[in-house]
Design a protein around this ligand. Structure first.
Ligand code: UD1
Ligand code: CA
Length: 454
């Protein structure tokens, strides 16, 4: 059966105290709304309608690449009024699923389960029992346990306020039913809003069963109204991700100090120390070890790669097996370290192909460079890749030894097995198997005396 999904996202989000529309606030590096889209997109035959009002233009711009039907709700007169705006877009033979744009962690499996309970005789409602139900609509059931209505906090009698089963807001029914019921909803209630929750009464009148379902975890249906709630959900999300990785054979030293804002796959026996942030898409091979305080974006790592403390990787970066990086290294886009290569502390690389077994151990900048195998780059070596207008390439052949504090003025090439003396400024190519030294000669003055203080 066809499925029309309605994502309600027109509300203001006043309590975020923010210029950014609430549904664009990031959770795990992605807007709240993107999480909702991800959960509903995988549902069979789903067409997405997003109801927007506050911050409409900003929200649409953030998702302009996707095939979404945007529906405008000019003034926010309540959840039923929001849904009403989308009625012209609903297909008669479809099921309709209503979710909220500010409830990011809802799972596809939960929604699928609910949708299986919808047909011409029944609608579905997602409810949950809360320790503290304050603020939520309460679920009213009759003596047979059947749902007969939902009463909002502000309209509830003292007895009803004691009910701990609440409306999550997520519901589903046939488009035919919804189209019949919605125009009947009025706003004679405490908030003078059009309540979507009134469909329950109308469903009962029409003789429909209201099937209820619950999520696996409460956090799936928790909404974001404040920054405090946002960071609490972020932590929940990160801890569940950490748990998944643990289950897959990686050690996350402290799941409460782990952050992945994107995709991360780990091989066996990976160890990730505290305070690391993973962004974009990262793939870690078997036996990879990541030290504390690393920020790693878009990296592919082979087996047994070691990243030491405080390393920053801004990919795309490829590290083949047995590579060592850090502490305090910065690998910028298009760095490739071949098998067994090593980049040490205070080294920056960019657009650099570093061959097998080559080492840049300390204090260097290697940019726009091609290094062969078993090259040794001494401390303080710099590729002078930029002439103020264009970038140029530095090539270093297999087995070359670059003495400390060398400036390689590109375009320039150092041949295989050549040696460059420490402190050289190399601006012309060095042939294979040779020695190049380009520095001022040392002069020693043995008659010199230090000035004396008077
Ligand atoms: C709603 C439910 C309540 C439920 C709670 C769960 C109603 C009447 N009440 O209450 O039973 O327990 O959600 O969180 O439905 N929105 C619009 N346009 C509007 C009003 C709201 O798009 O005119 C959107 C909001 O952006 C938000 C969602 O609908 O994403 C829910 O609105 P909100 O005002 O937070 O609903 P509650 O009053 O909390
Ligand atoms: Ca409200």
């Amino acid at each position: 059966m066809l499925l029309d999904v309605l994502v309600l996202a027109a509300g203001k989000g006043t309590r975020m105290c923010s210029a950014l529309p609430k549904v664009l606030h990031p959770l795990a590096g992605k807007p709240l709304l993107a999480h909702v889209f991800k959960s509903v997109e995988t549902l069979d035959n789903a067409a997405l309608n997003v109801i927007v009002g506050h911050g409409k233009t900003q929200i649409q711009e953030a998702f302009n690449q996707q095939s979404l039907n945007w529906v405008e709700q000019r003034s926010q007169l309540g959840t039923a009024h929001a849904v009403l705006q989308a009625i012209p877009f609903l297909r008669d033979d479809a099921k309709v699923l209503i979710v909220y744009g500010d409830v990011p962690l809802i799972k596809s499996v939960t929604l699928e389960k609910m949708l299986s309970g919808v047909d011409e005789n029944a609608m579905a409602l997602l409810t949950v029992e809360l320790e503290d139900p304050t603020g939520y609509g309460r679920i009213l059931r009759n003596s047979m346990g059947e749902v007969i209505g939902i009463v909002e906090q502000k309209d509830a009698a003292p007895e009803q306020l004691k009910i701990r089963e609440v409306n999550t807001g997520v519901m589903a029914m046939t488009a035919r039913d919804l189209k019949t019921w919605l125009p009947k909803i009025e706003n004679n209630n405490a908030q003078q809003e059009y309540y979507l929750t009134d469909v329950i009464g109308l469903a009962k009148e029409a003789g429909r069963t209201v099937n209820t379902y619950s999520p696996q975890a409460v956090e799936e249906v928790e909404g974001v109204n404040s920054r405090a709630q946002l960071v609490a959900l972020e932590r929940y999300y990160q801890q569940s991700l950490a748990k998944q990785l643990l289950d897959n054979g990686a050690t996350i030293i402290d799941p409460s100090r782990f952050d992945c804002r994107g995709e991360l796959s780990t091989g066996q026996d990976v160890v990730i120390d505290i305070n690391c942030i993973f962004e974009g898409t990262n793939r870690l091979g078997n036996g990879v070890s990541i030290g504390p305080n690393c920020v790693i974006k878009d990296a592919v790592m082979g087996d047994n790669v070691t990243i030491k403390a405080n390393t920053v990787i801004e990919g795309p970066v490829t590290l083949e097996s047995d590579v060592q990086v850090g502490p305090f290294a910065r690998l910028r886009p298009h760095t490739v370290l071949a098998v067994g290569a090593k980049v040490g502390n205070f080294v920056e690389t960019k657009k650099a192909n570093i061959g097998p077994g080559s080492k840049i151990s300390h204090l260097s900048y290697i940019g726009d460079a091609e290094l062969g195998s078993e090259v040794n780059v001494g401390a303080g070596t710099i590729t002078c890749n930029y002439d103020g207008v264009n970038k140029h390439l530095t090539e270093i052949g297999d087995g070359a030894f670059i003495g400390s504090n060398t400036s390689l003025v590109a375009p320039v090439a150092v041949g295989k097995n050549s040696t460059v003396g420490a402190g050289s400024t190399i601006s012309r190519d060095v042939p294979d198997e040779s020695l190049a030294i380009a520095r001022g000669k040392q002069r020693t003055v043995d008659t010199w005396k230090r000035p004396e203080k008077h």
